[in-house]
Write a protein that binds this ligand. Structure first.
Ligand code: BJW
Ligand code: ZN
Length: 254
């Protein structure tokens, strides 16, 4: 049977103990979440620095909240796709399987993945910039305009990482550790240009992992990856799962 996967990738996955999937916006594109860059991307209509930074928020919180309220509504109405579900099945194949995601849409967790590290936060969470109290999506969406804290009256913001902000310390530390012990790292649906997240697949490779990229387009990572699989994650990942599940069960029998 023909396969888009090399023998080298299948051998690495068949022998792997630890596999880490590094995911970006392309992972959710087939669920209907727009990517950031490219012709239909969010940043083709909006300027990143006018919406996704603390200075933009301080300058015009109503505009930033209008954008997030709309995205919260879109994301609450969509569902994980075949790619997310393939990663859920893949976690059952390996003793150590983690997802390091740049996505804020919660779709990996909603699909059923259990070891998910979120580098850029989660759009389902919010917090008060004055006292730090969390606020639920229901609470913030019920208020019109800029939501305020029930405890102290401070301004609430979405719990996502904007440009110029540090990444959440725990998720970052766990992600670095997972990348350092990975036998295989799959970089899926990311342009690989936002740092420090984009350094993680390179860390995995430096530490000895086989690095494979899944993306319909080439990225800066394509030149360093051990294998580039060209195509959408919703098609490629289910096919990869089938191949690896078959070869791992075969290798266990003999
Ligand atoms: C498919 C597909 C399908 C489509 N299947 N694939 C100069 C040099 C280096 C760094 C910097 C610099 N100037 C500034 C920086 C730092 C900055 C940065 O990296 N900027 C670069 C853009 C230049 N980084 C930061 O500011 C970070 N913090 C930081 O550095 O802290 C340290 C510090 C603190 C204080 C002072 C100084 C330093 C924080 C970064 C936060 C990023 N936040 C966002 C928004 C999150 C909230 C929200 O969503 O509202 O995170 S930006 C946005 O980009 C989002 C994403 O997670 C992130 C990555 O995007 P991603 O996922 O790769 O999406 P796309 O759209 O780029 O790519 C999609 C891909 O999918 C494409 O390749 C498609 O082909 C593919 N695709 N369909 C598979 N079906
Ligand atoms: Zn507060």
């Amino acid at each position: 049977m023909s396969t888009p996967f090399s023998t080298r990738l299948l051998s690495a996955l068949t022998a792997a103990r630890c596999v880490v999937a590094f995911t970006g916006a392309g992972m959710s594109a087939e669920s209907g979440v727009p990517t950031f860059r490219g012709t239909d991307g969010i940043w083709s209509k909006f300027k990143a620095e006018e919406l996704a930074s603390m200075s933009a928020f301080m300058k015009n919180p109503a505009l930033v909240w209008e954008w997030y309220a709309e995205r919260k509504r879109v994301i609450s109405g969509i569902h994980p796709n075949a790619g997310h579900l393939a990663l859920v099945r893949m976690q059952g194949l390996f003793p150590d399987f983690a997802i390091v995601t740049q996505n804020i849409d919660n779709l990996h967790q909603r699909a059923g993945s259990t070891m998910v590290y979120e580098l850029h936060g989660n759009i389902e969470r919010n917090y008060c910039i004055k006292c730090g109290a969390p606020a639920s999506n229901d609470e913030v969406l019920a208020q019109h305009g800029v939501p305020t804290c029930a405890r102290c009256g401070g301004t609430i913001r979405p719990d996502v990482v904007w440009f110029g902000e540090m990444l959440p310390e725990d998720d970052w530390r766990h992600s670095e550790r997972a990348m350092s012990r990975a036998d295989v790292c799959l970089s899926i649906g990311t342009s690989g240009i936002v740092y420090p997240a984009a350094s993680l697949p390179l860390l995995a490779k430096q530490q000895g992992a086989f690095l494979a990229e899944v993306n319909p387009e080439r990225t800066p990572l394509s030149d360093v990856a051990d294998e580039v699989i060209t195509g959408p994650s919703g098609v490629i990942l289910p096919a990869l799962f089938d191949q690896v599940a078959a070869s791992r069960s075969h290798s266990l029998q003999y």
